[in-house]
Design a binder for this molecule. Sequence first.
Ligand SMILES: Cc1ncc(COP(=O)(O)O)c(C=O)c1O
Length: 399
Amino acid sequence: MTDLFSKFDPLIQQRQALLDTGVEDPFNLVMERVLSPTVAVCNGRETILLGTYNYMGMTFDPDVIAAGKQALDDFGAGTTGSRVLNGTYAGHRLCEDALKEFYGMDHAMVFSTGYQANLGIISTIAGKGDYIVLDIDSHASIWDGCKMGDAEVVPFKHNDIEAMEKRLKRIPEGAGKLVVLEGVYSMLGDIAPLKEMIRIAKENGAMVLVDEAHSMGFIGPNGRGVAEEQGVLDQVDFVIGTFSKSVGTVGGFCVSNHPKFEILRLVCRPYVFTASLPPSVMHTAATSIRKLMHAGDKRAHLWENSRTLHKGLRDKGFQLGTSEPQSAIISVIMPDLERGAAMWEALLHEGLYVNLARPPATPAGMTLLRCSLCAEHSAEQVQAIIGMFERAGKSVGII
Ligand SMILES: Cc1ncc(COP(=O)(O)O)c(C=O)c1O
């Protein structure tokens, strides 16, 4: 018998070698208690959270929590079924109405996760004979959506407008075309030049899907994302998003103005063949989305935090993923996995939690310490974080 697990041996060995150095497992940290959007107890110690994607700090918003508790009382713990058969509750409609209003679009469809939203929408709308043109650094859920469907998949170099245009022009006349982009690319925290890319996509007869997972709630005057910020939201055919980041719970969605959009509820397999989200999640999400419409002050404070941390780390000598802060993600580039893990652990001992990211999730084989800021981080916390980075960086020999 061939052990089907033998293909994982190189990864098992790499992981073991890392743990043998005595470092704490960076991919297995337990948050024993969570005290607020920015502080948790890890290993019995209060730790500042800087790796949560909780950009707008909605997880502990009193209105959001009250809505979830009330929904538990009114509708029970779960739906136990698919949206199409027995799983559409009032909360799903409430949430889809909130999304339509948030984006000013005609249609909204809620999925159980953002991963499933990409999987479902991409694999369903791009079929045999169609072409998907996508950024090579796209999120795994976008790649998996391509894999699940039957379309031809044509990647182009990250954020390279010319490369995208060349690929589009090579597609045979008359074929269906879908360009898939992200607003913020979550590994380095850089944004896409959506304005130019969408113009070229449209000139070449393509439909456009933009994943705004890491920009919803924060970027753009109304928090609708990078497409809103760059004034091109009305040209986007499909916006994909998640509730697991700024919204502060779990779930995914697609919004669109396409007149035939509703047919997807019958043909999109990751929507049809899975249980819907529990009512408590739907009511928390709907409440959070409505509050995010009026969160201009929080957005301004989060930009302030992003600018301060970026400048602070750069001034201390760290190499960062972007030359200017472009989002709420500040990525610190590590020389290799071993020193990345050592730095991650040194930061944890300082009382700071960040994300250690490594290939294949990262571009160009990089090891990154990814920091995601929150609108609830105080100015004092951000200064404390910079001090922790400085001490940890010196102790590990990175700066
Ligand atoms: C760009 C992007 N799209 C989609 C997702 C999936 O979202 P979810 O956590 O809701 O499955 C993520 C999650 O990290 C993401 O970064």
